[in-house]
Design a protein around this ligand. Structure first.
Ligand code: ATP
Length: 343
């Protein structure tokens, strides 16, 4: 099911939680809504689900204007962070719930409901646990029951709000991989909310980066990491440093000195680069300053270098070879090899 969000505005008591948000989600895509707290991710998901109504704008499911359709009419399945399984029901009863509460004329016969619940439990790899109660399951297992329950109504769209938020790091990683496989097997259009960039980059076909109620960028993991189109996306995804620079006659200057980078347009700008995208230089123009601290990561070393004047220093972190001399006070000179200017 293709979903089109068109020029959505959502106000809560005149406070705009979303401004002019447009997004097209292809049928069968796995989409991550990624952004800091308060950026509007959950609000957008709830609007797609039909749990909220837009103040302005429209939402299409396929060719149909679904903006004012109820949750049931939209036929979406959703799972929230605090997977509220029914404690007094077994795993199988939890999964079957959405079917058992259907109006009589739409309700499948009991045996059919049971068959479907068991089939779904098999799909989420929980066969054999159908008679257990939620408190007899691990967090990851409960989360998979919640997913099976959302799937039971055969939704066209699956919406997940921080689905792995409450789980520990190891289980999160397992479930991530599992969700990707599950999605590929079932082919549902899936939208999930996360504030965890690693989760979004690893899992999603496309990542929607949000900030302050707006979409900043939509793209593949490579797009948003390698080709961020705004200072916000550059800083929010991955590690990065940025410096105030001036471009004069096509060369980039920092504190009055050329740093050996050529640019198309003159003016004041911010130079962004990632710690790993630098090379140390022996001579010629570059950025240089004393090391103020360093630390070893698994296969590399990170040095913090102080640039600019003592009055208004800028600290940046760069990756250096393991054998580089980086005791505090040593001067390091380097040049970004991949970088971007924002004017
Ligand atoms: P988080 O990661 O913290 O869940 P989020 O990106 O999902 O954040 P939203 O929950 O969509 O953000 O909230 C966006 C903005 O809208 C926030 O400033 C929030 O306070 C506000 N907001 C959300 N729901 C309501 C509501 N029911 N009434 C009033 N304001 C709301």
């Amino acid at each position: 099911m293709e979903i089109r969000v068109e020029k959505i505005r959502k106000e809560f008591d005149l406070y705009p939680a979303l401004h002019d948000v447009s997004l097209k989600i292809e049928s069968g895509e796995l989409i991550a809504l990624l952004g800091p707290s308060g950026s509007g991710k959950t609000t957008l998901l709830r609007l797609i689900a039909g749990l909220e109504q837009p103040t302005l704008g429209r939402i299409f499911f396929g060719d149909e204007d679904a903006s004012y359709r109820s949750v049931q009419e939209r036929n979406v399945g959703f799972v929230f962070q605090h997977y509220a399984l029914f404690r007094h029901m077994t795993v199988a009863e939890n999964v079957a719930f959405g079917l058992t509460v259907r109006p009589r004329h739409e309700r499948p016969p009991k045996a059919e409901i049971r068959r479907r619940a068991l089939e779904l439990l098999d799909m989420v790899q929980l066969s054999g646990l159908e008679k257990r109660f939620p408190n007899q399951l691990s967090g990851g297992q409960r989360q998979r029951v919640a997913l099976a329950r959302a799937m039971a109504i055969e939704p066209k769209v699956l919406l997940l709000d921080e689905p792995f938020g409450a789980l520990d790091a190891k289980v999160r990683k397992e479930l991530r991989r599992w969700l990707r496989e599950f999605h590929d097997r079932t082919g549902h259009t899936t939208v999930f909310v996360t504030h965890d960039q690693e989760e979004a980059l690893e899992l999603a076909d496309r990542v929607v980066v949000m900030s302050q109620g707006k979409i900043e960028q939509v793209g593949s993991s490579d797009d948003v990491y390698d080709r961020p189109n705004s200072p916000f996306v550059f800083s929010f995804i991955g590690e990065s440093a940025n410096l105030p620079v001036t471009v004069i006659d096509g060369t980039v200057h920092f504190h009055g000195q050329s740093i050996g980078l050529a640019a198309q347009r003159d003016g004041e700008a911010r130079l962004f680069f990632r710690p790993q995208d630098v090379s140390l230089v022996e001579e010629g123009p570059g950025l240089s300053g004393p090391v103020t601290s360093s630390r070893r990561l698994a296969g590399t070393r990170i040095a913090e270098v102080e640039l600019g004047s003592a009055k208004s220093p800028c600290h940046v972190e760069i990756e250096v070879p393991l054998d580089a001399s980086v005791s505090n006070g040593t001067t390091l000179a380097f040049r970004p090899t991949r970088w971007k200017l924002f004017y």
